[in-house]
Design a protein around this ligand. Structure first.
Ligand SMILES: Nc1ncnc2c1ncn2[C@@H]1O[C@H](COP(=O)(O)OP(=O)(O)O)[C@@H](O)[C@H]1O
Ligand SMILES: [Mg+2]
Length: 220
């Protein structure tokens, strides 16, 4: 087990009496691909933020390799243990596409940008000149470059078309199954969730494992 949520409870400071997460526990292994699902507002982003060390729980703890992430500090956790694909989080707005991926630790950003289907004419453009969906893919390329053993992604296929979504799913799977990473993805997409090794659902502040979604072929 590489990452563990232990009895995590969380409330936003402005709504102290409302627990978004109530004693949530979960265990995550390397080499596995996890999907976290739940209706909008159920606390998925909050949960991922706690795992990422972007915020602290009001109760309980997050452990990395069996150590409370507070011990070395949340900055240390964010810097060394995890890579993040969060909207509006990790792209540096004054750098080019290529420079952003290089910052993730890649010596060959082009090959990663190629994997997420960013055409080479966009590599040297300022990253803000790219569309929302393209920026999302740059963030994914950047996370793929990271040495961190845990990859956390919040709705990584949110703005993407079906073909690109499929490509991203394949990449995330590969990161888990071939590169041995622990991949945790928050998603609305039942198709993406069904590709995961394990699906977890947040409902009324509680987290539980769930079965694959039954997909209605007619509806696709
Ligand atoms: N910064 C915030 N301040 C106060 N409440 C928030 C904040 N961010 C989210 N919430 C509330 O916390 C709950 C969970 O939000 P979130 O984790 O973003 O859900 P999800 O990602 O599943 O849509 C929602 O009710 C939301 O309104
Ligand atoms: Mg969210």
């Amino acid at each position: 087990m590489i990452l563990q949520a232990k009895d995590l409870s969380y409330a936003y400071k402005t709504k102290k009496d409302r627990l978004v997460l109530k004693q949530v526990s979960a265990e995550f292994e390397e080499g596995r691909f996890y999907a976290v699902v739940g209706s909008s507002g159920s606390g998925k982003t909050t949960f991922l933020s706690l795992l990422a060390g972007l915020d602290s729980p009001v109760d309980g703890m997050v452990k990395y390799m069996d150590e409370d992430i507070q011990r070395k500090g949340l900055n240390y956790h964010r810097k060394h243990h995890i890579s993040l694909v969060f909207q509006n989080y990790n792209l540096i707005d004054y750098l080019t596409t290529e420079e952003n991926v290089r910052l993730g630790g890649s010596k060959n950003p082009g090959s990663l940008l190629d994997k997420v289907s960013i055409p080479c004419e966009d590599w040297k453009r300022n990253v803000l000149q790219l569309s929302g969906g393209q920026q999302q893919r740059v963030a994914i390329a950047r996370a793929l470059a990271s040495e961190a053993r845990v990859l956390l992604a919040d709705e990584p296929t949110g703005n993407l078309d079906e073909d690109t979504t499929q490509k991203i799913i394949e990449l995330l799977k590969k990161m888990a199954h071939e590169h041995g990473k622990c991949v945790i993805v928050v998603t609305h997409s039942k198709t993406l969730a069904n590709e995961a090794d394990e699906i977890m659902e947040i409902d009324r502040g509680m987290l539980k494992k769930r079965e694959k979604f039954k997909l209605d072929k007619e509806a696709i």
